[in-house]
Design a binder for this molecule. Structure first.
Ligand code: 3PG
Ligand code: MG
Length: 418
């Protein structure tokens, strides 16, 4: 059922409790935490501007990282408040708590159109437990509830679900923000009855992570193109040798059922026909997590369906790129979720980049819609500077995956129906 949106709200003079997903990547530079990608902040500006124009008092709540229920200075939202103020072009008051006295005081001082950002809500363990008493504390400053945090909508936490339920029980309205609305439109409605051919490109490491999405998309897609390490679990299912490639022997049966379902549903289900393989060598160096750094020696094209013993497949090869690009060029609707290889390493980024380029090229033709589903794919498109050449890029990682699986997101379910 369609949900109420901020467009439907009258918020003049009201306290709008606005949940946003400002879980942005940060890096330490000279003792300061610096935001390295502000996409998630920028994406909420239309909602904020509309609510400011409507004369609401905006009280923003968000989480950052996984601080495990206690204050963690490196996960403070303070740098986000500064960035938001810069992007919005108006002051944003930062409150270094999300409940209690300080919040009440700051909110009391607000005028219509003012913006306050509260400290990381996950500094309280009660947030992730969706503790009713904590939700009650948060809701003290909520006349109206708005959720624009699509990226956190798969979490049933106090700020994403509990507060909304409380506000609704008091007779208050709970609405989707404009970003939330767009996410639900593109990842939901647009893929429900897609213009055909509907071509889906799925990548990533594990079949087990993607099987629910594969299963659901086998009901809707005309063509599914598989890349990433999960292709090797499919190859294992077909009886090929996978060398040192990342595989999930436990998921072989799952892969077999997907292949069988594709036959029954008459879905063109393509697997890579060639790949880039390399020899993995453990070095003495340790990475940030204390694990040995792996070096990849002698990358080369392998055109045999068997991966040579002692090597691992790390990207799709040129023949596969050509075949996938040709499929993409015929599409009217494209969904891309997951990279084609180990794209973080530039030796193995060519496949991911070429497929992204093909999607961007297809989008530039009239009437073609391309939807990019979160996380690594968005990172890869941004890195290749193709972000503005596609129709829509999701701000959700886990949330977009769960939504594509057909799950009801608790943060959406809690909003008022139209
Ligand atoms: C994300 O970055 O995927 C969202 O902000 C949710 O974060 P979480 O996975 O820590 O709940
Ligand atoms: Mg996540």
């Amino acid at each position: 059922m369609a949900k109420l949106t901020v467009r439907d709200l009258d918020v003049r003079g009201k306290r709008v409790f606005l949940r946003v997903d400002y879980n942005v990547p940060l890096e330490e530079k000279d003792g300061q935490m610096v935001i390295t990608d502000a996409t998630r902040i920028t994406a909420t500006l239309p909602t904020l501007k509309l609510l400011i124009e409507k004369g609401g008092k905006l009280i923003l709540t968000a989480h950052l990282g996984r601080p495990k229920g206690k204050p963690e200075p490196t996960m403070s939202l303070k740098p986000v408040a500064a960035k938001l103020s810069e992007l919005l072009g108006k002051p944003v008051t930062f409150v270094d708590d999300c409940v209690g006295e300080k919040v009440a005081k700051a909110v009391d001082a607000m005028k219509d159109g003012d913006v306050v950002l509260l400290e990381n809500v996950r500094f309280y363990a009660a947030e992730e437990k969706n503790d009713p008493a904590f939700a009650e504390q948060l809701a003290q400053v909520a006349d109206v509830y708005v959720n624009d945090a699509f990226g956190a909508a798969h979490r049933a936490h106090a700020s994403t679900e509990g507060v909304a339920r409380l506000v609704a029980r008091r007779g208050g309205k709970c609405a989707a923000g404009l970003l939330m609305e767009r996410e639900l439109k593109f990842l939901g409605d647009e893929l429900e009855k897609p213009a055909r051919p509907f071509v889906v490109i799925l990548g990533g490491a594990k079949v087990s992570d993607k099987i629910k999405v594969i299963d659901r998309l086998l009901e809707k897609a005309d063509t599914i193109l598989i890349g990433g390490a999960m292709a090797y679990t499919f190859r294992l299912a077909q009886g090929y040798q996978t060398g040192k490639s990342l595989v999930e022997p436990d998921a072989v049966e799952t892969a077999k059922s997907a292949l069988a379902k594709a036959e029954v549903k008459n879905v063109k289900f393509l697997l890579p026909v060639d790949d880039i393989v390399a020899t993995l060598v453990k070095t003495d160096k340790l990475d940030k997590k204390g694990k040995p750094v792996i070096e990849f020696l002698n990358p080369s094209v392998n055109s045999n369906m068997n991966v040579p013993a002692g090597t691992a497949g790390l990207d799709i090869g040129p023949m596969t790129v050509k075949a996938y690009a040709a499929e993409v060029a015929t599409a009217k609707t494209i969904l891309l979720n997951g990279p084609m290889g180990l794209f973080e390493n530039k030796q193995f980024a060519a496949g991911t980049n070429a497929v992204a380029q093909a999607v961007a090229d297809a989008t530039q033709k009239s009437g073609v819609k391309s939807i990019i589903g979160g996380g690594d794919s968005v990172k890869a498109l941004n890195k290749a500077k193709l972000g503005d050449k596609v129709t829509f890029m999701s701000t959700g990682g886990g949330a977009s995956l769960e939504f594509l699986e057909g799950a009801v997101l608790p943060g959406v379910a809690a909003l008022s129906d139209k």
